[in-house]
Ligand binder design. Structure first.
Ligand SMILES: [Zn+2]
Length: 220
């Protein structure tokens, strides 16, 4: 039997159930709906709910707890491990995909390091792609945005969340091309997507990857 994590009652006529990226089950129900109806409804939907929960479990995004020792997360799409140590500098070992982090102010130091690397990598991709696309931008800023991977402002200034660094290079490349395409089209019109598609033909797969991994937005 499935029991919901949350029941939200409101002035609605029908029952609905949703499963979020963490596998939590929320039921929306009419104000006077008896619990027995809710459980019968969930029993009917049990197979679907189980499939959604399995999918959430496989998304392999685990949020960090207070202690970062041993925490595993994606960097450029590859799983990395954090190791705390008594040093003063962050050390990166590419072969073993390990980031050695000074134990003091570990989280703060890590975010600074991620932002620095994000800036270096996104800038390199953006300058190469801008040249190919025949466009330019006045500035590129790395932000801590949690709701969008990138944006392009009215004056073509580019902004990217440092969390985009968790994505594979091909996905980063798509987001950069997407924002650069906004220097030509300030909307998501057909013309806009045609421009994106010219430089990243399989962009739907990249969008899908980002959609499946929205939980990465919550890491650090
Ligand atoms: Zn856009």
């Amino acid at each position: 039997m499935i029991s919901p994590d949350k029941i939200v009652r409101s002035r609605r006529r029908t029952l609905s159930v949703s499963v979020d990226a963490f596998g939590r089950v929320t039921v929306r129900a009419p104000l006077q709906c008896p619990d027995a109806h809710i459980f019968a409804f969930l029993a009917q939907k049990e197979d679907w709910i189980r499939r959604q929960k399995d999918r959430a479990a496989q998304s392999s995004v685990v949020l960090p707890t207070d202690c970062l020792e041993g925490y595993r997360f994606l960097l450029l799409g590859r799983e990395h491990t954090l190791r705390l140590y008594e040093g003063t500098r962050i050390r990166y070992d590419e072969r073993s995909a390990t980031v050695f982090l000074p134990a003091e102010k570990a989280r703060e130091r890590l975010v600074q390091w991620l932002k620095r690397n994000a800036r270096r990598i996104f800038s390199a991709v953006a300058s190469r792609r801008a040249a190919e696309m025949g466009t330019s931008y006045p500035s590129l800023t790395v932000t801590s945005a949690k709701t969008r991977w990138g944006s392009c402002s009215y004056n073509n200034a580019l902004h990217f969340s440092f969390r985009l660094l968790y994505a594979p290079v091909a996905v980063i490349d798509y987001v950069v091309v997407h924002e650069l395409a906004h220097t030509f089209h300030k909307d998501h019109s057909r013309a806009f997507w045609a421009t994106v598609g010219r430089y990243v033909p399989d962009y739907p797969a990249k969008r899908e990857w980002l959609k499946e991994k929205t939980l990465l937005m919550e890491i650090f």
